[in-house]
Design a protein around this ligand. Structure first.
Ligand code: ADP
Ligand code: UDP
Length: 243
């Protein structure tokens, strides 16, 4: 397997997104996710760069995916193939963003008219339709079924996996002095069925220091809090130090 992977070479860019470039490879079933330093917020209205963000997010995400695989969670992760590159299984992304919440923050605080920071008695799972032009509107299982975004069987698996992932991730972050407030997951379908895809990094998670409550994620960029590269690097240090 390893020797075959060594022969996989990067092909043409097939998609340039807000934070990553997706490249085809010499293997028809594999892609490379290349992590950029570009950062966007508020549906692309705020743009900037965060020094070394791509390197941190690739290191963080690769490490978390490999640990999740060991826990029996199936992901698209194959290997970290470069400082900014992750070799992944090519999937058809299901256009449903899965948001998991453990602590009240962001749009949930606004929607419910409450302060950020309250712990939820139970985790909340929400669905958003992955469509930048529409600003990723919130949807539910009935929209997903009526618009044929995914089958009921796929959604049952996604829901089960999302709660398993959440239980493991919350405990993992807690052990490294970090509260996993909320985050976004994406799933895709391929020959092996539905797999966890995309990334898990401070770009798509809210991470607060357990002691001080300090924000250590993209909210520092969204809310102009400064020390942004330092926060991403500290999360990388905590995660990679966790073994
Ligand atoms: P966006 O396209 O939303 O701006 P990114 O800059 O993160 O986001 O680009 C990465 C794109 O690659 C996303 O659209 C994501 O859904 C997609 N993607 C992630 N993992 C895979 C995969 N294994 N196969 C195909 N596409 C993927
Ligand atoms: N999130 C994301 N991409 C999106 C929407 C949300 O990564 O397109 C993440 C976000 O970083 C946060 C969580 O999902 O960790 C919940 O986001 P929320 O609904 O509170 O939206 P926000 O107020 O961040 O726009």
């Amino acid at each position: 397997m390893a020797s075959d992977l060594n022969r996989v070479t990067r092909g043409e860019a097939i998609h340039e997104g807000k934070a990553k470039i997706i490249y085809a490879t010499s293997a028809s079933d594999l892609l490379i996710q290349h992590f950029k330093d570009d950062a966007t917020a508020f549906n692309g209205k705020k743009k900037g760069t965060i020094a070394n963000k791509g390197i941190c997010n690739n290191a963080i995400s690769s490490h978390i995916f490999s640990l999740l695989e060991k826990e029996g969670i199936k992901t698209h992760f194959v290997e970290k193939s470069g400082e900014r590159d992750m070799l992944v299984k090519k999937l058809e992304i299901i256009p449903v963003e899965v948001v998991m919440r453990n602590v009240i923050a962001g749009s949930l605080a606004k929607r419910m008219g409450v302060e950020e920071g309250g712990k939820l008695a139970f985790p909340i799972l929400e669905y958003y339709y992955k469509d930048d032009a529409l600003g990723d509107p919130m949807i539910n299982r009935f929209h997903i079924r009526a618009f044929n975004l995914a089958t009921d069987k796929e959604m049952e698996r996604i829901e089960r996996e999302a709660f398993r992932i959440n239980e493991w991730l919350v405990a993992f972050f807690d052990k490294i002095g970090t509260t996993l407030v909320d985050y976004k997951l994406e799933f895709g379908r391929g020959p092996e069925g539905v797999l966890l895809a995309d990334e898990i990094s401070p770009d798509g998670c809210r991470l607060w220091d357990k002691q001080s409550g300090e924000k250590m994620d993209k909210d520092r960029f969204r809310r102009d809090l400064g020390n942004i590269p330092e926060a991403y690097d500290e999360i990388r240090r905590r995660i990679l130090g966790a073994g």
